[in-house]
Design a protein around this ligand. Sequence first.
Ligand code: AMP
Length: 113
Amino acid sequence: MKNYEKNIFTKIISGEIPCKKVFEDEYCFAFHDINPKAQVHILIVPKMNVVDFSDFIQKNEKNNEFIANFFKSVNKIANDILKLDNFQIISNNGRNAGQEVFHFHIHIKSNKK
Ligand code: AMP
């Protein structure tokens, strides 16, 4: 059962819950993970209420532009904002894959600047 209720990341985007913000544009909101698992660990959340990666793709079936622009923003954050040469981009899709927050997000992790 997918949960569309207001979640912690929706509240971070709206400013109801504080975060260490990195970047924001019309497609995404990026901030530091509260419990970093690498030297650099950033979360990037689309400004859209979708629970996981598959839901994000499905909900935007007729809106490829949003998908493309979201992933371009992810790339911009890694390269231009964080200036990382080496990094991982990860998204846990589903509880059994380790997803804890049911608002689609990308993890950018890096141990080398
Ligand atoms: P996932 O397991 O893929 O759903 O990732 C959820 C991530 O959100 C974890 O790495 C948590 O450390 C992180 N997290 C949870 N609450 C917050 C918060 N308030 N601010 C920043 N990161 C958070």
